[in-house]
Design a binder for this molecule. Structure first.
Ligand code: ADP
Ligand code: MG
Length: 271
């Protein structure tokens, strides 16, 4: 397997401090779609709730080698990696202990760079294995774990739920990105904003989409993820919706999102 993105793997933090906006669903299914398109992917589950781990077939009792041990310096990132139901997609699982990591890291001098250092080491170790994309599923907070993700990443992908208060809280998120860029990671940019859980029958969803585009412009992906029951069913089977029901509207949308991400990264030319 050769790296399709050259020497520099793309690292994307999937972040929004609001819970239930589709971060985990987006990390899992964007990762799956990229892997199915032939790109080698790793998903890092940085949320103590571990929904990405569960959704990729790694239940809580199988998370003894987790991101907690990695961030604590006991394990390398490579040592945490587990296979998933998707070929070319590996998982660095979460652990409930991560909920304490925020506090435990506060006194450490390298507290904001732990994940970045782990990734640097990983890319060095994995030189022959090649990694194209690393997606970091962030917790619903702007805590030290999310800051670690933003320091480790080149870009932030923001899922935004198509509901009335969608834009609320975005200012705070964007200002955190700006602060991280100014103080810790000058290259950090917004990979894009993706509207999720779009309800076609609901006029409000359409208004929200219009509003978001008016306010934020081109940074908003043209792909919109519809509200789709198959998407919400898939995690209980511990597989991505792209595996559970490849033909459903949700799967089609996540494949389109992956094409858009690849196009923005210069890895595909738009049709
Ligand atoms: P977050 O990680 O931001 O907390 P999740 O991805 O876990 O959000 O999504 C929250 C809930 O909504 C989950 O139960 C998930 O299965 C469901 N969900 C996410 N996206 C969709 C969608 N497009 N259609 C239907 N249900 C969705
Ligand atoms: Mg989540």
């Amino acid at each position: 397997m050769t790296s399709k993105v050259g020497n520099q793997p793309r690292v994307i933090a999937v972040a929004n401090q609001k819970g239930g906006v589709g971060k985990t669903t987006t990390a899992i299914n964007l990762g799956t779609a990229l892997a199915q398109a032939g790109f080698q992917c790793v998903i890092i589950d940085l949320d103590p709730q571990g929904n990405a781990s569960t959704g990729l077939g790694c239940p809580q009792e199988e998370r003894s080698s987790s991101m907690y041990e990695a961030l604590s310096g006991e394990l390398s990132l490579l040592q945490t990696l587990q296979p998933t139901p998707v070929e070319d997609l590996l998982l660095a699982p979460s652990s409930v202990d991560l909920s304490g990591a925020d506090v435990e890291l506060v006194d450490q001098i390298d507290r904001t760079h732990r994940l970045r250092n782990l990734l640097d080491q990983f890319f060095e170790d994995a030189q022959d294995a090649h990694v194209d994309y690393v997606l970091i599923d962030c917790p619903p907070s702007l805590n030290l774990l999310t800051v670690n993700a933003m320091v480790a990443a080149q870009s932030v992908l923001v899922p935004l739920q198509s509901e009335f208060f969608a834009l609320e809280g975005l200012t705070q998120l964007l200002s955190t990105v700006k602060q991280v860029r100014q103080n810790l990671n000058p290259g950090l940019h917004i990979a894009g904003i993706v509207l999720t859980m779009f309800d076609q029958r609901n006029r409000l969803s359409g208004q929200v989409a219009e509003d978001v585009r008016e306010n934020l412009g081109d940074v908003v992906f043209s792909t919109i993820i519809p509200r789709n029951v198959r998407i919400s069913e898939a995690p209980s089977h511990a597989i991505p919706v792209l595996v559970y029901d490849p033909g459903c509207a949700g799967s089609i949308a996540y494949r389109a999102l992956a094409q858009e991400v690849l196009t923005r990264d210069g890895l595909l030319t738009a049709a």
